[in-house]
Design a protein around this ligand. Structure first.
Ligand SMILES: [Zn+2]
Length: 290
């Protein structure tokens, strides 16, 4: 077994609102990220999986910035407290956002999830996992990393995510008239010439293994599904289309980019008896946790 990564017990976080850095213990930081990224009502094993993912992300980012320097977005620290890195909240901020009652129940539960996985990180073939990506829900199947982003990452493979029945935004319908749709595309892609858009000029050409739209014909242009997702603010690029003379309706499955751990899928697995290690090794292919 490769040597366990050693890390400083205190880490530095750049606070976006104050523009200052703060020193915080790693485990308090991990709990503050879980509170920022997952509802405390989720199952304990799902919270623990999120805690290991959050800790792994943090340590990996700190290690990498030792080689390549701090990110240009926050040159004072390896980590910030926003979605740029991971959302992090202090107990004081959580008390303001939530309630005293929540601190006694939800926060206590989240602290326990961090504590019970204290120091544990994910490794792939002996190296620390650099991209423990997660999303809200996949729509039934997660994505290969290269189908959504650029690089093929060996532990970010498309896997089934069968327990998302309780997920929010599982199936969402969004309708645009042809005029509205044309306007959205025009503002996202001002240099493109789509031509006239109507029921006959739109066609899904190909899909990824996880079900997201890869290529879609839009008038004279071919776009990627995620281009449509961004331009039209859809919940995901995993969608079906229905069109008629007045416009186009998208039905999206899941919420988010679909790569790595599905949070709702993790909660569903926990409800069905899986522990956090089973959840993590399901969504991150071939990883080890220690
Ligand atoms: Zn950041």
């Amino acid at each position: 077994m490769p040597e366990k990564v050693e890390y400083d017990q205190m880490i530095t976080v750049f606070r976006t609102e104050s523009g200052q850095t703060e020193r915080v213990s790693l485990e308090d930081y991990v709990a503050g990220v879980v509170a920022g990224e997952m509802p405390s009502s989720f199952e304990m094993e799902a919270l623990k999986a999120q805690a290991v993912a959050a800790r792994t992300y943090a340590i990996s980012k700190i290690q990498r910035s030792g080689d390549s320097g701090f990110p240009k977005e926050h040159p004072m620290a390896a980590l910030c407290d926003s979605t740029h890195c991971q959302v992090y909240r202090t107990p004081k901020e959580l008390l303001e956002l939530k309630s005293e009652e929540w601190m006694e129940s939800g926060w206590a539960k989240i602290k326990e999830a961090a504590e019970e996985t204290r120091g544990q990180l994910m490794y792939y073939q002996g190296s620390l996992v650099e991209q423990p990506l997660f999303h809200s829900s996949s729509g039934g199947k997660t994505e290969n990393s290269e189908d959504v982003f650029v690089a093929a990452v060996p532990y970010l493979r498309s896997v089934d995510s069968p327990y998302e029945q309780e997920a929010t935004h599982q199936s969402e319908k969004t309708f645009f008239t042809w005029g509205e749709f044309q306007k959205k595309l025009k503002s996202a892609y001002p240099k493109s010439n789509f031509g006239t858009l109507n029921a006959n000029s739109i066609k899904i050409i190909s899909r990824s293994q996880g079900g997201r739209v890869e290529k879609i014909q839009v008038g004279n242009e071919v776009l990627e599904g995620r281009n449509i997702r961004d331009a039209c603010n859809l919940y995901s690029a995993n969608f079906n289309i229905e069109r008629n003379s007045s416009g186009i309706e998208f039905t999206t499955m899941g919420y988010g980019h679909g790569v790595g751990m599905s949070q709702w899928g993790a909660n569903g697995m926990a409800e069905n008896g899986s522990d956090y290690r089973e959840i993590l090794t399901h969504y991150y292919s071939g990883v080890e946790i220690y």
